[in-house]
Ligand binder design. Structure first.
Ligand code: CP3
Length: 344
């Protein structure tokens, strides 16, 4: 059998079809750990870089050439479509919301207009990337922040360790949080479907903060949102990858979301989780991003362990348990992808 293209290997792994070995990419593979990223960003704010199609295309492609990842993810941020809803926000370096959401009037001001009209550059970047990647047959990923994670910042106004303002809203004013999540869900469905239409071959939903909830609250507040999104996406055209950080206690509810791939953080025992998931989904993950500071030989050994552990699930995509950090050594990233590509 001839070697599959990178697109074939990736999409088969996501859909749980037989593959020679798991494909590899890294969350936040384009970022400050790369000197070439810092050069492309010199004198330009993060938001400007996200809006500048040429620059965003160049940054998206950097990891492919520089560190050997086998999929390209759109360079953007989960807050870009939120700008399209009329929210005044900036990055410093994380999102800072000028007027946090407090009332139903604030929620009703959030515009759910067609993202193709409000943030057209996102889809232009995807179309350009798809045509650049066509000859090499490298898969292109789109992404969105999940409604709960977006709401966490919109209510809190900025990043936080425990997102107390959001949780207080959840317990004190549940109708208000439901209204906010409903709007964000509408936007997310339209945004991801428009990305698929523009050429994204798989999409990842980042619910970074959903793991802050108890298992019971997760079932009540998060699972129905994920199920709605999964049901309404054009998944015949692009499989869905669901990422939850700190979600070891909600793995069963993650499975019920119906995504093709479940992306797990490093605190989950990958072998046990893969067995538990079994034929119900593929798994993605899950090396601790900090572990890329280790010797290349140790990184290679972890990659082989992950590969063996992932066999119990329907499919496996090699990745980290969270994004690359600004301090991540480029050598460690290369060691990770090289070890993945040399798996038998
Ligand atoms: O994976 C990729 O390479 C694609 C690009 C991408 C970015 N952000 C670029 C970015 C993706 C998928 C994201 C997702 C994102 N953004 C999440 C969910 C995933 C996660 O990491 O938990 C969240 C919560 C955000 C919000 C956000 N954006 C924060 C908290 C920060 C600051 C902290 C940090 O890690 O830098 C950002 C800024 C941001 N988004 C940068 C990049 C490359 C750094 C901006 C810079 O270069 O100064």
């Amino acid at each position: 059998m001839s070697e599959p293209t990178r697109s074939e290997r990736f999409l088969r792994a996501c859909r749980g079809e037989p593959v020679d070995r798991p494909p590899v990419w890294l969350m936040r593979q384009a970022g400050r750990y790369l000197p070439e990223y810092r050069a492309a960003r010199a004198g330009v704010s993060f938001l400007e870089a996200c809006r500048d199609v040429d620059r965003a295309v160049e940054i998206s492609l950097q990891p492919l050439r520089l560190v050997g990842t086998e999929a390209v993810i759109l360079f953007s941020d989960i807050f870009i479509p939120v700008l399209g809803m009329g929210v005044d926000l900036d990055f410093s370096p994380g999102p800072v919301i000028a007027r946090p959401i407090r009332t139903l009037v604030d929620v009703e001001k959030l515009d759910v207009a067609d993202p193709r009209g409000t943030v057209p550059y996102v889809f232009e970047i995807l179309r350009r990337l798809r045509s650049e990647l066509a000859a090499e047959q490298v898969p292109l990923l789109g992404f969105a922040g999940a409604p709960f994670t977006l709401a966490a910042y919109l209510v809190e106004g900025k990043g936080s360790k425990d997102f107390g303002a959001l949780k207080r809203m959840m317990y004190r004013e549940p109708a208000l949080l439901h209204a906010l999540l409903d709007r964000l869900t509408e936007m997310t469905v339209a945004y991801l479907n428009a990305q698929i239409e523009a050429g994204a071959q798989a999409v990842q939903l980042f619910d970074t903060w959903a793991g802050l909830l108890s298992a019971a609250d997760y079932r009540e507040w998060i699972l129905p949102v994920h199920q709605t999104i999964a049901r309404r996406l054009h998944r015949d055209a692009a499989p869905l990858i669901l990422y939850v950080n700190g979600g070891a206690h909600v793995l069963d509810a993650m499975i019920e979301a119906g995504a093709e791939v479940l992306s797990l953080d490093w605190r989950v025992d990958f072998a046990e989780a893969s067995r538990r998931i079994g034929k119900r989904a593929a798994v993605q993950g899950n090396l601790d991003p900090c572990a890329l500071a280790a010797e290349p030989a140790r990184i290679a050994a972890w990659v082989r362990e992950l590969r063996e552990a992932g066999r119990a699930a329907r499919g496996h995509v090699l990745n980290l348990g969270h994004g690359c950090l600004p301090e991540t050594p480029v050598e460690g990233v290369r060691a990770f992808t090289e070890a993945a590509r040399s798996l038998q």
